[in-house]
Design a protein around this ligand. Structure first.
Ligand SMILES: [Zn+2]
Length: 297
């Protein structure tokens, strides 16, 4: 087990304990405040984490549930695309960690030229069924996109899973064209839910190696030649049917039996289908890659 003794953002070695839980040790850089796990789970544990079960946890092996997850996720992503449209409305867009490709399906509806990268073979296959060969199954670096290829790159619930955000962002910066946009959605360490729940915050888990705040994510982006345009709360779409199906997959004492009763009232009518949007302690960050500086030497 290797402890993380250097900050990935400012390289300081002044690393201080923040919270300790059964299987997690969360530390904070004494200099810039970047928060991360130390040690990270070992490679074997990480591999296990992202096996087929990772997506099966959403219950998508059943076609009915896959459709439900698709409709809920697409509702969330259509809102994100609206935000994006204020700055740019067309061109090549890449979703890194695109999972089953639902963001890209939503983007294609509004005429974006869509590309995806996904590590999980299981999820990438599902994405390829609807989006074809523009879904690359593997790591971002291995996809070898040309310099400045994309107008927009999106990373939703991704950067917190990456072992070296600094070098990852260097590669992301390379493939965005000057003036192009980067959109990041990630848990916000300074959100109300994080402040209230402290060490019990739901985003603290083995999958999430880093925990960003508006301050640390902005500093990362500035160091990679991005100008931060906007940081705002990320909202996600839900409806009763979706919550009910998730609670039957992930059983919770007392709640799951109540849901079974509610199902009789809500499942087959418009109330059950009504979408609502909730803030779940995550932030969206929009940044623009600055134009290349002229070499004046
Ligand atoms: Zn630091």
């Amino acid at each position: 087990m290797l402890l993380n003794t250097n900050c990935n953002l400012c390289h300081s070695t002044s690393i201080k304990p923040l919270y300790s839980k059964a299987d997690l040790n969360i530390v904070k850089c004494g200099s810039c405040g970047l928060t991360f796990l130390s040690p990270f789970p070992d490679e074997e544990a990480i591999k296990k984490l992202y096996s087929e079960d990772y997506y099966l946890a959403w219950g998508i092996q059943e076609p009915k549930n896959l459709e439900l997850v698709r409709s809920i996720k697409m509702a969330t992503f259509r809102r994100e695309l609206e935000h994006l449209r204020k700055y740019v409305g067309s061109g090549k867009i890449l979703d890194i960690g695109c999972a089953m490709g639902f963001f890209l399906e939503a983007a294609r509806e509004s005429n974006w030229d869509v590309y995806g990268v996904e590590l999980s073979t299981y999820a990438a296959k599902i994405a390829q069924q609807t989006l074809g060969q523009k879904i690359y199954n593997g790591a971002l670096e291995a996809a070898k996109f040309e310099d400045g290829f994309f107008e927009v790159v999106v990373m939703s619930d991704l950067l917190e899973h990456v072992t070296d955000p600094a070098s990852f962002l260097t590669e992301v910066m390379r493939i965005i064209k000057p003036g192009g946009l980067l959109m990041i959605v990630t848990p916000n360490l300074e959100s109300l839910s994080a402040k209230i729940m402290r060490r019990h915050w739901n985003h603290f888990n083995q999958e999430h190696l880093y925990y960003f705040s508006p301050g640390t994510i902005s500093r990362f982006l500035k160091e990679k030649s991005f100008e931060v345009l906007d940081v705002y709360p990320a909202v996600k779409a839900f409806n009763y049917i979706y919550i009910s199906s998730q609670l039957k997959i992930h059983r919770v004492p007392i709640v799951t039996p109540i849901i079974k009763l509610l199902d009789k009232i809500l499942l087959n009518n418009s109330i059950g289908q009504a979408l609502f949007y909730a803030y779940a302690g995550e932030m969206s960050v929009l940044a623009r890659k600055t134009e290349i500086k002229q070499d004046v030497s």
